[in-house]
Design a protein around this ligand. Structure first.
Ligand SMILES: [Zn+2]
Length: 230
């Protein structure tokens, strides 16, 4: 794949690309650190503030080999703009989210074990923990089954998250996609979705976990999201 190149972009954009390449490369190290990925699975991206571009992991590169230089820059249609490698095979899904959700600045995808186990059952994670009310504002929803190769994964993510407060969606038979104001926030959501999927799974081995009332979910969410002003 040949890159269109960065000709025509000013120094402000080039400076932000250098900064976001560093950020995205560094954040990828969080995925194996929190045991969310194996081999080359998983990807993190962040949108630029200064141009309609985003930085994402290249395809088929192991986590040990990821450097700022190896990251690739794509436009919001998922076309390679700068980089020596092919973009991640999930690039079209990230691009679709950025095109349709203006407030999203970061996207993460993993096949983390417990979250993916819920996705395999097509079952939303019920809001039975205060940390879920805080972070997700309710259940973690399940998105539709979608095949890779066109916009159907991206459409499923956007449709599901547009009608939910959750920054995480469990794509059916696939795994979690998370969003945030930047890549760091999306990585945090990816870590948290795995944590709560694991805890609720363990809880259910011993009986049916107790749901938090909607009133209390709303109160916890408002307090955590607004009063603490994240
Ligand atoms: Zn995947």
């Amino acid at each position: 794949m040949s890159a269109a190149g960065l000709d025509g972009h000013g120094p402000e954009v080039l400076a932000e690309i250098a900064e976001v390449r560093e950020t995205v490369a560094r954040l990828h190290a969080e995925l194996p650190r929190w045991e969310l990925v194996v081999w080359t699975a998983g990807n993190v991206s962040q949108r630029l503030r200064t141009a309609d571009l985003f930085v994402i992991k290249p395809s088929g590169v192991t986590y040990d080999e990821l450097t700022p230089e190896s990251m690739v820059v794509c436009d919001l249609d998922g076309n390679l703009v700068d980089g020596t490698r092919s973009p991640s095979s999930d690039t079209a899904a990230h691009a679709y989210v950025y095109r349709h959700m203006a407030h999203v600045g970061g996207v993460v995808h993993t096949h983390s074990t417990y979250a993916t186990a819920w996705a395999a059952r097509a079952e939303p994670v019920p809001c039975v923990l205060t940390m879920m009310a805080d972070e997700f504002g309710g259940d973690i929803p399940v998105g539709p089954f979608a095949l890779i190769g066109d916009d159907s994964i991206g459409q499923g993510i956007v449709e599901t998250l547009s009608t939910s407060r959750s920054p995480a969606v469990l794509m059916r038979n696939h795994g979690p996609f998370t969003i945030g104001k930047d890549a760091k926030a999306a990585v945090k959501a990816a870590v948290m979705v795995e944590e709560v999927a694991r805890t609720v799974h363990i809880s259910r081995q011993l009986g049916e976990p107790t749901r938090i009332s909607q009133e209390h979910v709303d109160s916890l969410y408002d307090r955590y999201q607004n009063v603490y002003g994240r």
